[in-house]
Design a protein around this ligand. Structure first.
Ligand SMILES: Nc1ncnc2c1ncn2[C@@H]1O[C@H](COP(=O)(O)OP(=O)(O)OP(=O)(O)O)[C@@H](O)[C@H]1O
Ligand SMILES: [Mg+2]
Length: 121
């Protein structure tokens, strides 16, 4: 589902992320840990197409990320680092808001609340 092969990226002229390779299979839960400044958020930004000027290969669901078009965003979900809406909206409003970002069919808020086992008004 996610394949990085010798991916390198830097914000400046100094080397930063160098030759990062890993694979995440469909259905696998994968996390990466590292000290502050190690590049975790940078890798997340690369994975969602915000930083296309990497070298090497970053493929998600068969799409080389630097060549993606907006259909790519129908296939992914992102839990952003700095939530600005989550706390201001109810759980149901959060689910409705995020499903509104997708053109395709989504589960309804009721179905997701049922699935999660949480119940909110
Ligand atoms: N837009 C940018 N321009 C230049 N340098 C940047 C930019 N964004 C981040 N950096 C630098 O890149 C380095 C890695 O930052 P990044 O946010 O990816 O680290 P992180 O592993 O997510 O850290 P944290 O655990 O603190 O969230 C830091 O030194 C940061 O200052
Ligand atoms: Mg970070």
């Amino acid at each position: 589902m996610i394949q990085l092969n010798k991916m390198s990226f830097t914000y400046t002229k100094q080397p930063f992320l160098e030759n990062i390779s890993f694979t995440v299979e469909s259905g696998e839960i994968f996390g990466f840990l590292g000290p502050s400044g190690a590049g975790k958020s940078t890798i997340q930004k690369i994975l969602i197409g915000m930083l296309p000027n990497y070298t090497g290969s970053v493929v998600i669901n068969g799409i080389e990320i630097k060549k993606h078009d907006n259909r790519f965003y129908e296939q992914i979900g992102v839990d952003f680092e700095y939530p600005s809406l989550y706390k201001k909206l109810t759980a149901r409003q959060n689910l409705d808001f995020f499903s509104s970002l997708y053109q395709g069919d989504c589960y309804s808020a009721d179905e997701l609340l049922d699935f999660s086992g949480f119940y909110f008004l």
